[in-house]
Design a protein around this ligand. Structure first.
Ligand code: ADP
Ligand code: MG
Length: 310
C-alpha cells in the first residue's frame, strides 16, 4: 500500500511544475486577487504559493491534505460533468504531502485565528497559528525520500524556465490580479491588475504589448498581435478554457492562423492570448491529471468563432 500510494501521488505530482500549477489553481479557485509564487532550488528545495483568497475554516482544515477530500464538488456523481473550478479531484495537496513536506497556513478573513497544517506521508498535524487572511502553502524537499524520482528530474534551470512560462500563461489569462514569481529570491515576473494588453507587457515587454489588438466575440476574448509576414509566434499562442490555461488545441491554432490569412495572406502565426468560455457541461478537463488537455463538446464551433473573431 505504501508503494501504491507513492505511485498514485506521482501521477498528480511528478515534478515541481505540477506543484506550482496545482497550488496556483487552488489560489484562483479561492478567488484570490493577489498570488505570489516562490521557487528555490528548481522547485525541489521549495515551492511556495501565497494568496489572499477565501482561506480554509478551522472546521475543515484537517481535510485539506486528505486524499479525495474536496470542497469543490457537490456530492452527486454527475457533479464532475459540471466543473466550474480548476480543482475538483481533491488530490493535489495530498499528493504534494506524499512527495514532499507540506506546510499550509490559512485564515478566512472572518475568522480570528489561523490554522497550520504540517503533512508528510500519512502524518498530518493541525495546530492554531496567526496569519493574514488567505492561504500560504509551502512544499519542501520534493522527492527527498524518492531517489529514483529525484534522479529523473530536469535540471533546476530548465524546470525554472518551464515554471516561469507556466506562471506567465496564468498571468496572461488572469490579468486582473496581482502576480509575482520569484526564483531563489530574485523577482522573475511581477504584474499589477491590468487588461490583456497589460499582461502581454508584463510577460513579453512593451513592444509586443503595443502590437496587439483586442479580440472580443461571443465566448472568445483576448488579444492578437498585428499580422506579420516574417516571425512565427507559434510558441506565443495562448489559450484558456473557462480560466484554465490549456495546451493549444491544434484546431484553435489553425483557426487563428486562418483568420489571419484572410487579412494578410502568407502571414506568420501571431502572438495571441485568447480566453474561451463554454458552458461547464460542454467541456471535460478530466482527460489527464494535469488537466492541460480539455475536451470540448463543440470544438469546430469554437474554432469557427475564434476564426471569425480574429
Ligand atoms: P481540489 O482543489 O481538487 O479540491 P486540493 O487537494 O487541491 O483539491 O485541495 C483540497 C481542498 O483544500 C480544496 O478543495 C479546498 O477546499 C482547500 N484549499 C486548498 N488550497 C486552498 C487555497 N489556496 N485557498 C482556499 N482553500 C484551499
Ligand atoms: Mg486543487
Amino acid at each position: 500500500p505504501h508503494v501504491a500510494r507513492l505511485i498514485a501521488a506521482g501521477e498528480v505530482v511528478s515534478r515541481p511544475l505540477d506543484v506550482v500549477r496545482e497550488l496556483v489553481d487552488n489560489a484562483l479557485d479561492a478567488g484570490a486577487s493577489r498570488i505570489e509564487i516562490e521557487v528555490e532550488g528548481g522547485g525541489l528545495g521549495l515551492v511556495r504559493v501565497r494568496d489572499n483568497g477565501s482561506g480554509i475554516d478551522l472546521g475543515s482544515v484537517e481535510l485539506a491534505a486528505v486524499r479525495h477530500a474536496t470542497s469543490k464538488l457537490a456530492p452527486e456523481v454527475s457533479a464532475v460533468d459540471h466543473v466550474t473550478t480548476l480543482g475538483f479531484r481533491g488530490e493535489a495537496l495530498w499528493a504534494a504531502a506524499q512527495a514532499g513536506q507540506l506546510h499550509l497556513v490559512t485564515r478566512p478573513a472572518a475568522q480570528v485565528g489561523a490554522a497550520e497544517v504540517l503533512a508528510h506521508g500519512e502524518e498530518v498535524h493541525v495546530s492554531r497559528a496567526t496569519a493574514p487572511a488567505g492561504t500560504t502553502v509551502t512544499v519542501r524537499n520534493l522527492f527527498h525520500t524518492m531517489p529514483a524520482r529525484r534522479r529523473t528530474q530536469a535540471s533546476p534551470a530548465s524546470e525554472v524556465r518551464e515554471i516561469t512560462a507556466l506562471v506567465g500563461r496564468y498571468l496572461l489569462h488572469h490579468p486582473g490580479r496581482h502576480w509575482r514569481l520569484s526564483v531563489d529570491g530574485d523577482p522573475r515576473l511581477t504584474h499589477a491588475p491590468a487588461d490583456h494588453r497589460g499582461a502581454v507587457a508584463s510577460v513579453y515587454g512593451p513592444v509586443s504589448a503595443n502590437r496587439v489588438l483586442r479580440v472580443e466575440a461571443e465566448g472568445v476574448r483576448g488579444v492578437v498581435s498585428r499580422p506579420e509576414l516574417t516571425r512565427s509566434r507559434r510558441d506565443r499562442m495562448h489559450f484558456s478554457v473557462n480560466g484554465r490555461p490549456v495546451l493549444a488545441p491544434p484546431e484553435l491554432e489553425k483557426a487563428v492562423i486562418s483568420g489571419y490569412a484572410e487579412l494578410l495572406p502568407g502571414s506568420a502565426a501571431p502572438l495571441c492570448v485568447l480566453d474561451i468560455t463554454v458552458a461547464p457541461q460542454d467541456h471535460n478537463p478530466n482527460v489527464h491529471p494535469a488537466k492541460q488537455v480539455v475536451a470540448l463538446a463543440d470544438l469546430s464551433g469554437v474554432a469557427a468563432r475564434v476564426q471569425a473573431a480574429v
